[in-house]
Ligand binder design. Structure first.
Ligand code: 4NP
Length: 165
């Protein structure tokens, strides 16, 4: 947990160059629009290490730029020795990310599939709540991921607002 009043929000995918940097950028953008960004410490990480030190994939940067969103992320691998204590919300993009996080020791009550915050998907089972990996996919995969992440972020920000009372 954090020493200050800020809440820690960590987005997690496999490579930390496509989905989680996009989720991070969208969250920062929409939280800023709502005037609540300063309440949060936002970061993203990958369960894998291969892309550590890299900026977001250009296809993610491009779809974000269409909406006036910048992606500040520099990829890094999750660090179980510090991340699980210091982030209040650990948001997994898919079921593999989630199970990897739990195996690494992430506290169950702080890890969730990010799409579970999309109110339109409230009664869907977990396997319908994945953000598909767009890395090897066809061209419009990043737009679909963007749309999913935007709906999830709106729901998540509403959830956070209720959580804070
Ligand atoms: P991400 O996408 O997990 O959304 O960042 C991927 C990026 C790279 C690889 C896999 C997924 N990769 O195998 O290198």
């Amino acid at each position: 947990m954090n020493d200050t009043n800020t809440r820690g929000v960590l987005f997690v995918c496999l490579g930390n160059i496509c989905r989680s940097p996009l989720a991070e950028g969208i969250f920062i953008h929409l939280a800023r629009e709502r005037g609540v960004l300063e309440k949060y410490r936002v970061d993203s990480a990958g369960t894998g290490h291969w892309h550590a030190g890299s900026r977001a994939d250009p296809r993610a940067t491009e779809v974000a730029a269409r909406y006036g969103i910048e992606l500040p992320s520099i990829a890094r691998q999750i660090d179980p020795s510090t991340d699980f204590d210091s982030f209040d919300h650990i948001l997994a993009m898919d079921a593999d990310n989630m199970s990897n996080l739990l195996h690494l020791g992430a506290p169950e009550d702080r890890v969730r599939l990010y799409r579970s915050f999309d109110p339109a998907l409230a009664s869907e089972p977990d396997h319908r709540l994945e953000v598909p990996d767009p890395y090897y996919g066809p061209g419009d995969g990043f737009q679909r991921v963007y749309d999913m992440l935007t709906a999830s972020t709106i729901g998540f920000l509403d959830h956070l607002a209720n959580e804070r009372g």
